[in-house]
Design a protein around this ligand. Structure first.
Ligand code: UD1
Length: 440
């Protein structure tokens, strides 16, 4: 870690646990849609307005990155207005590769404009190797010539052409990357075994509003007929189902009662199903979901997967919930090979969590026999004690807050920039529910 990132990772929250969270919280727009849609605005020279954009670190970083290319972006009151008519360079500044994985998605939009894109190597959360082979393979099939030069991926194509692409795994990022390339490529592209997460469907809706010819066919196949020109649009970003689930778990864990305004049942079926099996009461209402709590929770088996499966970003708060279930639960992570590192700190706080290399659960995944600690056994219930904890990545960060909100005593949670990358006004929202949390 260099000096700059060390300082960046030293901000902390002080959390005193033991208070039930009660009341109502509004869910913000989805990080995983808004950041991509900001990039999609580069596909036109006309004005794109995005509403319900969360004020979070990853959005700020994306806005700065677009501005660095010459795009005019205004962002206030959760509305972003993007005018990309003056984009002047195909090169994304190296600094942005350290923040997240959004820069790689600019390959298509910049190649459409300049015949070239220069993208710095990626950073992002440390949750597995996260290669981009599927992105590059698909773009190469569409005629891009991609090489590595001086720490940059340099992709070149005079005009991208359509291709029939089958992804080896339904990668969210690769699907989005290829969509952005295909909407203005010559001919009709098919992306099979593609990701179909609600955030991607929301981004496809924006592209359609911009004039794209795009639809979802059988077998997870996106069909995209390239057009010469896209136009401006006005789009509202869907609600963040990860944030919604995080507050649902917070209600259950602290033995509280929280109405999550804006939570959408359709996007959270697998999560709600798992909550029901654990014994967390919830009621679906027309404008949100009310989560309650119970005295005792049941142990369950959960396997993460691509949509419509149980989201990998729900895994971390859910593991926290399972520390309070009566008995032995199993969680099998099949999307990222290394997404349990955060449990070490929870064990120090008193949780009983064991990691395993085997595929525990009902199915084998692609990490079988590969020596990755990608399953865990959680035995509960356990009492957690307050601690000083350092956040390793964004979603684990919220779990640490949950641990601190439950634990007896005051915890100091460091590295909160990682949480602020993805959760809007987290202190305001939690204190609004009665939590004792403040920035140090
Ligand atoms: C996105 C989300 C993240 C979520 C994840 C899975 C954003 C900003 N992030 O991440 O919150 O947890 O989807 O729902 O939207 N892979 C390859 N080769 C590739 C690309 C991916 O092997 O070229 C592998 C990855 O290493 C990982 C798996 O596929 O094991 C899933 O990755 P992907 O779906 O691409 O996740 P992201 O788009 O990075």
């Amino acid at each position: 870690m260099n000096n700059a990132s060390r300082v960046e990772n030293e901000r902390a929250y002080l959390v005193t646990g033991g208070k039930p969270l009660k009341g109502e919280v509004g869910v913000s727009g989805a990080k995983n849609a808004a950041t991509k849609q900001l990039v999609a605005a580069l596909l036109t020279d006309e004005k794109v307005t995005l509403r319900n954009v969360p004020a979070i670190g990853d959005v700020d970083a994306t806005v700065e990155m677009l501005q660095g290319l010459g795009t005019s972006v205004e962002f206030s009151e959760n509305i972003a207005t993007i005018d990309a008519s003056n984009v002047k360079t195909p090169e994304v500044a190296a600094a942005f590769s350290r923040k997240n994985r959004i820069p790689i998605l600019l390959m298509g939009p910049l190649m459409h404009r300049f015949g070239e894109a220069r993208i710095p190597m990626l950073g992002g959360c440390k949750i597995g190797a996260r290669p981009i082979d599927l992105h590059l393979e698909g773009l190469r099939k569409m005629g891009a010539d991609i090489v590595c030069e001086d720490g940059f991926y340099v992709a070149r194509a005079k005009r991208l052409k359509a291709a029939a692409i089958e992804l080896a795994f339904p990668s969210v990022g690769a699907t989005e990357n290829l969509m952005f390339a295909a909407v203005k490529a010559k001919g009709t592209t098919t992306i099979t075994n593609a990701a179909i997460e609600p955030e991607i469907i929301d981004t496809a809706m924006l592209l359609q509003s911009m004039g794209a010819l795009i639809h979802l066919d059988a077998n997870r196949t996106w069909v995209i007929e390239g057009v010469d020109k896209l136009h401006g649009a006005d789009h509202r970003v869907l609600a963040d189902r990860i944030e919604a689930a995080s507050f649902g778990v917070a209600a259950a864990l602290t033995r509280g009662q929280v109405f999550v305004r804006g939570a959408r049942q359709a996007d959270m079926l697998s999560f709600l199903n798992a909550m029901r099996r654990v014994g967390v009461p919830f009621t679906v209402e027309s404008d949100g979901i009310a989560f309650g709590s119970a005295e005792n929770y049941n142990p369950v088996i959960v396997e993460t997967g691509t949509h419509p499966g149980f989201m990998t970003d729900w895994q971390q708060p859910f593991v926290m919930l399972l520390t309070q279930a009566n008995g032995v639960s199993i969680v099998h992570e099949t999307v990222f090979e290394d997404r349990f590192g955060y449990t070490e700190a929870l064990v120090k706080m008193g949780a009983n969590i064991q990691l395993h290399h085997d595929c525990l659960g009902s199915k084998d995944c692609r990490f079988r026999h590969q020596n990755f600690l990608h399953s865990c056994i959680v035995s509960g219930p356990t009492t957690l004690k307050a601690a000083d904890i350092q956040i390793p990545d964004l979603r684990a960060g919220f779990s640490y807050l949950l641990a601190a909100l439950m634990a007896q005593g005051q915890s100091r949670v460091t590295g909160v920039e990682l949480i602020e990358r993805g959760y809007e006004n987290i202190i305001g929202k939690l204190t609004g529910l009665g939590a004792d949390i403040k920035a140090e």
